[in-house]
Design a protein around this ligand. Structure first.
Ligand SMILES: NC(=O)c1ccc[n+]([C@@H]2O[C@H](COP(=O)([O-])OP(=O)(O)OC[C@H]3O[C@@H](n4cnc5c(N)ncnc54)[C@H](OP(=O)(O)O)[C@@H]3O)[C@@H](O)[C@H]2O)c1
Length: 331
């Protein structure tokens, strides 16, 4: 396992993060524990979680599994999405974060969370309020670092800058969606992270399973997230995505590579990416994911895979004159 620095901090994290969204859902406790052990056996020290995963069960399982190795692992959790039916049971308010954090700590059976993410930008709460709470939590030792997930670039920039301006603990990382059919992050978020020194942990490197190729195979599965989960079915249900997945799978197989491993290696190979967050429902799936570490994306392989899917539109409309002479490239 290769270890990387967590952004500008000196903390070292494995170059793959294991996401626990399946704990207590697609994976029962025994399957979750097996996956956790396989991760640890392979040197993974970095585990992503959220308060809403399986309504708190993922945090409970993770908490149990890390009991004997708390110091050796870096864990995350997230706050924002509603955790109850009350009108104040969600959002990035001082009130909700206080309760959500205490609940997460209790379920995780620990007195601190290494990285605490805002799961989404809160359009209704002032950013000053949210940042002041995160800063308090850092000073109380309840969280070590703050990060943002699913933020657009302007939302991240506003957050990063406001933290600096007010002298609050800085935002250390971003967690965007990023895979071969969801490449929006390449346009603003990933260059921004490089420019700001933010660590990047992209999620859904397989497009929720689309890029495994199983849905476009001659024997498609009867079960799977893109069949059973309406949100993911919508997210990855466009025809061009299915066509891209089929084209991509054929490309991987022609090279003798497992599409699962290659898709993860591709997401990891963007220069801004620190560690992709992998997900699985059992150890058989997880083994394919771990093999991503064996793929060398050099020699033009990243570019060839990228060419299999449409590039997102650029962030400005004035691009006709783009040459190295006009725009300059810092090497
Ligand atoms: N911040 C956020 O908003 C956010 C959102 C989503 C995820 N995340 C994090 O990122 C982690 C990973 O996300 P993800 O689960 O969406 O990642 P993903 O890599 O896109 O999808 C993983 C899914 O693909 C299928 N799969 C994996 N390996 C396979 C294999 N070898 N063969 C066949 N199918 C395979 C499994 O689903 P099936 O068996 O059902 O097909 C598995 O659950 C999550 O656990 C979570 O920690 C964060």
């Amino acid at each position: 396992m290769d270890y990387k620095f967590f952004g500008r901090t000196g903390v070292k994290i494995s170059s793959l993060c294991f996401g626990t969204m399946s704990f207590g859902g697609d994976a029962d406790k025994a399957a979750s524990e097996e996956m956790f052990k396989l991760c640890r056996d392979n040197g993974i020290n970095f585990f992503d979680c959220a308060d809403v995963y399986s309504a708190g069960t993922a945090e409970e399982y993770l908490g149990e599994f890390i009991r004997d190795c708390r110091r050796d692992v870096v864990i995350t959790s997230k706050v924002y999405f509603p955790t109850g039916k009350g009108i104040n049971d969600g959002g990035s308010t001082r009130k909700h974060i206080r309760h959500a954090l205490e609940d997460s700590l209790r379920r995780l059976g620990t007195d601190y969370i290494d990285i605490y993410f805002l799961h989404r930008f809160d359009d209704c709460t002032s950013l000053e309020e949210t940042l002041s709470v995160l800063d308090d939590l850092v000073h109380q030792g309840k969280i070590l670092y703050a990060g943002v997930s699913n933020f657009s670039a302007w939302q991240t920039q506003k957050t990063v800058d406001m933290a600096v301006l007010r002298g609050y603990s800085r935002v250390a990382c971003v967690q965007p969606m990023y895979n071969l059919v969801k490449r929006q992050a390449e346009i603003e978020i990933l260059p921004q992270a490089l420019s700001e020194g933010l660590a990047v942990f992209p999620y859904s490197p397989l497009g929720g399973g689309l890029l495994t190729g199983k849905y476009s195979s001659s024997h498609p599965p009867e079960q799977g997230r893109l069949i059973n989960n309406a949100m993911y079915k919508t997210r990855y249900g466009l025809n061009w995505m299915e066509e891209t997945a089929a084209r991509y799978t054929e490309f991987a197989e022609n090279l003798g590579l497992n599409p699962v491993s290659l898709a993860i290696a591709w997401s990891a190979s963007h220069p801004a990416v620190t560690a992709p967050i992998i997900g699985a429902r059992n150890t058989a799936q997880l083994r394919d994911c771990l093999k991503a570490l064996e793929i060398d994306m050099g020699g033009g392989l990243r570019e060839k895979v990228s060419a299999l899917s449409p590039e997102p539109a650029p962030s400005t409309d004035r691009n006709e004159e783009k040459t190295p002479h006009n725009y300059g490239v810092r090497k």
